[in-house]
Structures are given as C-alpha cells and as structure tokens.
Design a binder for this molecule. Structure first.
Ligand SMILES: Cc1ncc(COP(=O)(O)O)c(C=O)c1O
Length: 385
C-alpha cells in the first residue's frame, strides 16, 4: 500500500497517529479543489462555500454543508449536527470556552488526557473560577470497567463536565465512552469526548454514544488532508456553542458560526470526503482489521522482547500500541527526545518515543502501509542503544 502515500521510501514511518499522512489520491483531490477555487476565489469562498456573506440563493447546498453530510454518514451522524474545525484541539476549545462554568465548578479530565487539551481545560476553568480535577486511572488497566469505576468515583457535587478521550494519546487505549457518558449523565455531568484518534481508526457511530459533544480528527486516521476535524454537538447543546473565533455567523446557528470563522483555506475540509471514499474503496473493515492486528502483534512482540507489559487488553487497543521501553534507555523527557532523534537520524525510523509516568515508552502506529518487518526494524534498532 506504500505506493499510495507520498512518504519518503527511505524512512520507516511508524508515526501515523501523530499528525496523520494523507494518501496521494486525497492530496490530488485537494489540489483539484484549490485549482477550482483559484479560478474564481471570491465566488467560491463568498458564495459557494458557506453561502453566508452574500446570502445563499437557496438553490444549492453550500459546499461545506455537503461535505459535512458526507462525513456525517461516515460517523453515523446527521450533517446538520456536525461542523468542521481545524483540529481536535480547536473542537475541545470551542466547547470549553463556551461552557457555562460557575465559580467552584469542576471539570474532570483523565491523567491519560492529551497535554494541550488539559491546558485548554485549565485555561477555560481559570477564566471562570472553576477548576480541573484530574482522575488517576489504575496503573494496570485490566478492562474498560477499571476506567468507568475510576471516573464514577471522581464525580463530586460540583462536577459539571467530564472531558473523556475516546482513544488516549500516550497510552493509546480505547475508552468505553458510551458507558462513561451514561454514568456521567446519571449524575448530571455533561460529557465532551476528545476523539482525536477515533474517526477511521475504529468503527464509530457518534450519536449512539449519547454524549454532549464529540470532536475527532479526520486528518489522523480518516485519510483527510491536514487540517481537518469535526465537532459533533447534541441538538439541545447547539444554541450555546460558539466558535472560539467570533465572526459573521454569531448567533445565526452552529453551521453559520463554524463555516465562516474568517477567510481560510477550506480545502482540507472539502477534501475530507475523498479520504473517506479511499478508505471505503479499500473496505473500512479491512483497513481497521489490518491496522488493529498489526498494532496488537507489534505490541505483543515488543513487550515480549523487552519483558514489559501492554497498558491494556486487546479490546482496548485500536490501531496504535504503547509499550514501556527497557529502563536502560532512560526515564526523562530529554531521554525520550534523544532516543526518538537517534532512531530517525541513525536508523531511519520515525516513531513516537516519550516519557510518561516516569517511564520511556514507544507508541507504534499501525497503518496499512506498515508491516511487521517495520516493527522488527524498530526492535533491532533499539537493541543497539
Ligand atoms: C487524545 C488527543 N487529543 C487531542 C490531540 C490534538 O490533536 P490536534 O493536534 O490535531 O488538535 C491529540 C493529538 O495527537 C491527541 O492524541
């Protein structure tokens, strides 16, 4: 499958999950869109794209809305409940910055949460005199119940919002968001899901999770060009949601607010359906099954070689796997950077190596252009350190 990607053939690329890598055919679709825009930039951006600045003629659906419908079908959602954002960080920020926090309120966030997202929660709560409460998950997660119970125990009388990862970043675990949401709602706590790694990586039907907001990147596992992500919002939450950038669409509805946050390049969003079409052509199940099996086998192989343990059971692992590295490689952030750079510059391997919870870890992303030989190359390279 490697020929479908523009990736440097001299590099073993095991880092798909970090910033994604769009297939060539999607980049070509994006270029076609750019060419179309540049023939008549004002017409495209002011009339066709969002149909708000000069007024929609009503005859044609704005291009962004048509793209939202197509992406919606891929994630089980109605396009009208879906808006495009540049990335999951922006999606999380939009919700946190407009959530009606009161003094003393708490937002729950997991110790496995992505650092930038945690910062967004710290900032949004700081502005309103609310605070972030970090839920510590057990060191060894034997199954989804360990996560559900830890979150339930952390809910207090001032908890208003739980910010839950669908697939965690550093530990690469799939969390049981539907069950967590049900427990949170039962206690009057709203749920925002950070699904940065989920669309394309695992089967996804957003409305069935019954959460309040769900944001997910398309540019990681759904083969979209960067920067492309979606934010789904339950109908009853839409009136109070605003884009972090206030523009012409203020108070005209979610689509109007998010479809025009000022002039920008819309091609990553408009090309998202091309990424989905490519995955459908290959067979979404085939792609997900191949990546999952490779991630799982890679994880077991690495753990066996380094005498370490995986962070969760197979049903909590999707297309990425995180494994603790041997202690001799170090424990600090700087050690992680040193190992990561040496892997790239001395061995031609790009992979995420990082310090987390006082251990160095490696997170292998398994995309359909990878195979077990890539993982063997990584293991052999690390044995020379
Ligand atoms: C769980 C999680 N949330 C959010 C993000 C941020 O994604 P982006 O940089 O596309 O906003 C990441 C990035 O890897 C992530 O792993």
């Amino acid at each position: 499958m490697r020929e479908h990607w523009a990736l440097d053939p001299n590099i073993t690329y095991l880092n798909h999950g970090t910033v994604g890598a769009p297939p060539r055919c999607v980049l070509e679709a994006q270029q076609k869109l750019r060419d179309e825009i540049e023939r008549q930039p004002s017409h495209f951006l002011l009339r066709e794209l969002a149909g708000i600045r000069l007024g929609a003629d009503g005859a044609k659906q704005p291009r962004l809305r048509a793209a939202a419908d197509e992406v919606g079908r891929f994630v089980g959602a109605d396009g009208k409940d879906l808006v495009f954002v540049d990335n999951a960080t922006s999606g999380v920020n939009a919700v946190l910055r407009t959530f009606d926090f009161r003094e003393g309120d708490e937002v729950l966030i997991l110790d496995h949460a992505y650092g930038a997202v945690r910062n967004a929660a710290e900032y949004a709560t700081r502005l309103r005199g609310a605070k972030v409460r970090v839920v510590e998950l057990p060191e060894s997660i034997t199954g989804p119940w360990a996560v559900i119970e830890a979150i339930e125990r952390a809910i207090g009388p001032r908890t208003r919002l739980a910010l839950i990862d669908h697939i965690t970043s550093e530990s690469a675990l799939i969390l049981p968001v539907a069950e967590i949401a049900s427990r949170c709602h039962h206690r009057g706590v709203a749920v925002l899901v950070d699904g940065a790694h989920a669309p394309g990586a695992i089967p996804l039907d957003v409305p069935s999770l019954a959460v309040d907001w769900y944001t997910g990147n398309l540019h990681k596992w759904a083969y979209s060009p960067r920067s492309s992500a979606v934010l789904w919002t339950a109908p009853e939450r839409q009136a109070t949601l605003h884009h972090t950038v206030i523009s012409w669409g203020l108070d005209q509805g979610m689509a109007q607010e998010f479809d025009w946050p000022g002039t920008r390049d819309p091609t990553p969003h408009l090309a998202a359906p091309a990424g989905i079409a490519f995955m459908c052509e290959l067979g979404v199940d085939n792609v997900q099954r191949y990546s999952h099996e490779l991630a799982w086998n890679a994880g077991r192989e690495m753990a066996a070689r380094w005498n370490s343990t995986l962070l969760g059971p197979e049903d909590m692992i999707g297309t990425m796997v995180a494994v603790p590295l041997p202690g001799r490689l170090g424990t600090t952030r700087d050690d992680g950077i040193r190992v990561r750079d040496a892997l790239l510059f001395d061995h031609g391997i790009e992979v995420h190596v990082y310090a987390w919870k006082e251990r160095l870890r490696v997170r292998v992303s398994a995309q359909i252009y990878n195979e077990m030989a890539d993982v063997e190359r990584l293991i052999n390279a690390l044995s020379t350190f």
